[in-house]
Design a binder for this molecule. Structure first.
Ligand code: ATP
Ligand code: MG
Length: 721
């Protein structure tokens, strides 16, 4: 391949970085300035021009997807096969190392990786064996402690718990946990990195081998490395490797998980010969999007400081839509995507970004309603999430006690002392006697097949289900859901756990209450009962599964998972105070800057069109909030923003787009927004939305008692009042 073609499609600064003499280097640049592109071309350059073998190159990316993409891009640029090049995430590479050198790492050949749920279960067992109360030592907190220490490179022997009893106990949990992992040959995620680092420190011959080999080390998204990742690279690089790191301090968004943006400064101290190259031209976004992002991030203090510019035209302004509520917001977004699709655009060009996972539910519903395929990147669909399945299982049991699958799922969740042995007895009795598990329990209690303790635990569970069933008999669907989430102990279980994941689970549970509140009975299931219809709805939604990798689908993801990616059309939804920035970040002042960086990451994913949406009222996490637009919206100069005004007058029915209709005049449905109406079952409410006409005419009514519902006018028998 011709050398000059490696520099084609690069600007001067990018060329300087790609073609620099072999040395260490920091490429510091804002979003979309071609950092990842530079890294890829540099790898090809090293091989083609500097005659470096792929064998001598180690490239670290942030996700496996990014690693696969980079491998593909390098192969394309260089035209050769990269089979022998080490390219992957920190975890992937460290794991590979441990597999090769398991003996030196003091691991059995068959060592297994445990994920975060396995780790949590193990910690729970240890708490029990140490007679520590889960309430005082929430397992998730102990997990955070252990992983946090490991991320800092600390073993129990390095930690001084001082005279603090809680710290001493956490330390003991860490110690016992580690011993059991070692005995069982288990390795958690944080351990992979720590052990790979210790391998360097404890086995000089192994380190020497890799130092001789990896003469070229390249790291993308460096601003989000943590202490142990930095140390691993630092030791491996030694005095002779050339290390190229690329990063952007303005995109450091994992501080809450231990990432240290200071690693950028540390690098310059540890590698004094490293030159810093800045890239300032942005190739991703049109003018309005870029200038708006620059203005936003300028509000952060302590930046390394950079200004991005683009040759691209200004393009369209950012569209800002103030929705009436979260459903109106979802309909607006989906309506826009549908228009784009109708004009020939790919669904996969559109990304919907949100701050927390629970926000996906309403968006998913609107997409399903419109029949648009979607994929949740890096996560599960709402009704497939663990905590939602748990809660739905309780609802299923109060609906039908013989539902074995639901029984199995929650009989011991939260833990209530019904162990594997008891379950085995129940299962085999059920099989032999051809009974359901519930019936088996009744018989087992009658015939005293279980030990006293097990029998009590089983009886406790059965009483709970029966009680919940009686208590909820007369309740509306959303009150039932709320009741079950609380009385089952699920909510308390997740609330007791610390950490981002547990918080997101509690939010999802609360969001399930909103889902129940806003659930519309399908017209053909009137005599099915609301709970039954809701259960079927959830099962069908979960059953749809993710759109597969080959289907053209809208991309849904949290702002965090969008890092490094780009899309022609981006929707940032829920941009409201308390959601984004999150309430927690608002309470802890120093996290606001990180939220603003997250907003910068979100906005800079957009290539051609950015929509920012917020709602005046939002039912989320089971509550109704009156929200104010996010401070971030106010930080964007108005010249870059076009506010989408709602039509106040509908002149012709065909122009009254359903998703925008907030007309004050009577429309095709015969109802007007704001009108008070009365429903036989739901009581009094106000009309908040209308769509369709004739037999399809539907109105959205916010009922005082049961919340918001969409109703088909022809069936609803609404009376005006
Ligand atoms: P982020 O900070 O979001 O990770 P980045 O700095 O890594 O962004 P890239 O993803 O490498 O940026 O590049 C952004 C977009 O600009 C890509 O589509 C890339 O192909 C394109 N690009 C980069 N440099 C050039 C160039 N010199 N000419 C044309 N297009 C370019
Ligand atoms: Mg990048």
């Amino acid at each position: 391949m011709d050398v000059s073609s490696l520099l084609d499609g690069l600007n001067d600064e990018q060329r300087e970085a790609v073609g620099a003499p072999q040395s260490s280097m920091l490429v510091l640049a804002g979003a979309g300035s071609g950092k990842t592109r530079v890294l890829t071309h540099r790898i090809a350059w090293l091989m083609q021009v500097e005659q470096q073998s792929p064998y001598s190159i180690l490239a670290v990316t942030f996700t496996n997807k990014a690693a696969a993409e980079m491998r593909e891009r390098v192969e394309k640029v260089s035209g050769s096969n990269m089979g022998r090049m080490w390219i992957g995430t920190f975890h992937g590479l460290a794991h590979r190392l441990l597999r090769t050198h398991y003996k030196d790492a003091n691991l059995p050949q068959t060592f297994q990786i445990i994920d975060s749920d396995d780790q949590l279960r193990l910690i729970k067992r240890i708490l029990k064996s140490l007679h520590l109360d889960e309430k005082q030592y929430p397992p998730r907190q102990a997990q955070g402690y252990i992983n946090g220490k490991k991320d800092q490179g600390l073993r129990p022997k390095h930690i001084d718990a001082g005279g603090f009893p809680i710290e001493q106990n956490l330390l003991q949990i860490y110690q016992v946990y580690q011993e059991s992992c070692d005995r069982a040959g288990l390795v958690d995620f944080a351990e992979i990195l720590l052990r790979a680092h210790e391998l360097w420190l404890n086995k000089p011959h192994v380190l020497q081998h890799y130092q001789d080999r990896f003469k070229n080390i390249l790291v993308d998204e460096f601003q989000d490395t943590n202490a142990i990742q930095y140390a691993w690279i630092r030791v491996l690089a030694g005095d002779s490797a050339n290390v190229m790191i690329v990063g952007d301090d303005d995109q450091s968004i994992y501080g809450w998980r231990g990432a240290q943006v200071e690693n950028l400064h540390k690098f310059l101290v540890d590698f004094p010969k490293a030159e810093t190259i800045r890239l300032e031209q942005n190739y991703r976004s049109t003018g309005h999007i870029l200038k708006a992002s620059n203005e936003l991030i300028a509000n952060n203090p302590e930046r390394l400081g950079k200004k991005l510019w683009t040759e691209d035209k200004d393009g369209e302004q950012i569209s800002l839509y103030c929705a009436f509520n979260e459903m109106d917001e979802a309909r607006f977004i989906v309506g826009r995507i549908n228009d784009w699709h109708d004009m020939g655009g790919d669904l996969s060009s559109c990304a919907i970004l949100y701050r927390s996972n629970a926000q996906s539910r309403v968006l998913e519903e609107a997409l399903l309603h419109k029949g648009l395929a979607y994929r949740i990147y890096g996560g599960l669909r709402f009704f497939e999430r663990q905590e939602i399945k748990d809660a739905m299982s309780y609802l299923r049991l109060i609906n039908n006690k013989d539902d074995d699958a639901a029984f199995e799922r929650v009989v011991n969740t939260p833990a209530r002392g019904i162990g594997g042995r008891t379950l085995d007895i129940l299962r085999s009795t059920a099989r032999q006697q051809e009974l359901t598990l519930w019936q088996t329990c009744l018989r087992a209690l009658e015939e005293k097949l279980l030990s006293g303790r097990a029998a009590n635990a089983v009886r406790g569970f059965m009483d709970l289900i029966v009680e919940m069933q009686q208590d909820t008999d007369e309740m509306t669907l959303h009150r039932t859901t709320d009741h079950v989430i609380r009385e089952s102990g699920l909510k308390a279980m997740y609330e007791a756990e610390k950490g981002e994941k547990a918080r997101s689970r509690v939010e999802n549970l609360d969001e399930l209450v909103t889902a129940a509140r806003t659930f519309i009975m399908p017209e053909d299931s009137e005599d099915m009962g609301e709970l039954n219809a809701f259960l079927s709805h959830a099962a069908l939604e979960a059953g749809e599964g993710q759109a597969d990798a080959f289907t053209d689908a809208v991309q849904l993801m949290t702002l965090h998972s969008a890092k490094g990616l780009e899309f022609p059309v981006v929707f940032m939804s829920g941009v409201e105070e308390g959601i984004f920035p999150s309430q927690m970040a608002m309470d802890e002042g120093d996290r606001l800057d990180e939220e603003r960086r997250l907003c910068y990451v979100g906005m800079t994913r957009a290539m051609e069109k950015l929509y920012i949406t917020y709602a005046e009222t939002r039912r989320i996490y089971g509550r109704e909030n009156f929200a104010r637009p996010s401070r971030f919206i106010k930080e964007i100069p108005t010249e870059h923003v076009e506010e989408i005004r709602l039509k106040t007058q509908v002149t012709a029915p065909q122009r009254a787009k359903p998703s925008f209709s907030r007309s004050t005049v009577v429309n095709d449905t015969g109802f007007k927004i704001g009108q008070s109406v009365m429903h036989q079952k739901f009581g009094e409410g106000k009309v908040t939305g209308t769509e369709g006409s004739g037999a399809q005419a539907r109105v959205q009514v916010n009922f005082f008692d049961v919340g918001s519902k969409w109703l088909v006018v022809a069936y609803a028998r609404l009376e005006t009042c």
